[in-house]
Design a protein around this ligand. Structure first.
Ligand SMILES: [Zn+2]
Length: 145
């Protein structure tokens, strides 16, 4: 049993680019029994028929293009920091790490165990009471004694 063929004037659901959502549309023209042009019942915008899945495909395509671009361009500072941490990880000895406390002083290049950020290395002291520490998530500025 074939489904009832669509006719101009029928109500169909379609993606409206102006409403940015699925809305009911009135069908205006058909091409080979497929909806061609529709009018949005919400905003009266006339446009060619699109389903949300085709819109999704289009946006997915854009996302993958953007990903390729970022891979080609140089790494973000945070990504570089993460890579540096991963490179250092094998030589970090958990046992020699000092537990972080904002009232303690830490020497340059010493290992720190932080309750939230995990294992880190002191990269730079920022006088008078701060230091930059490289963690798995990148460099964080912490208070120190
Ligand atoms: Zn609309």
């Amino acid at each position: 049993m074939p489904a009832n063929p669509l006719c101009p004037g029928d109500m169909i659901e379609a993606h409206c680019s102006r409403c940015c959502m699925e809305t009911y549309h009135t069908l205006i023209t058909l091409v080979n029994d497929n909806p061609a042009r529709v009018i949005c019942n919400t905003c009266d915008h006339e446009h060619s028929y699109r389903t949300s899945s085709s819109v999704l495909d289009a946006s997915l395509g854009k996302v993958s293009i953007r990903k390729t671009d970022s891979r080609r361009s140089s790494l973000s500072p945070q990504e570089k920091e993460k890579r540096e941490w991963r490179a250092l990880r094998p030589i970090m000895e958990c046992d020699s790490a000092s537990t972080y406390s904002s009232s303690r002083e830490f020497r340059l290049h010493s290992l720190i165990k932080h309750p939230d950020f995990g294992l880190g290395v002191v990269k730079k002291s920022v006088p008078p009471h701060k230091m930059k520490v490289l963690f798995e998530d990148g460099i964080k500025t912490l208070r120190c004694g």
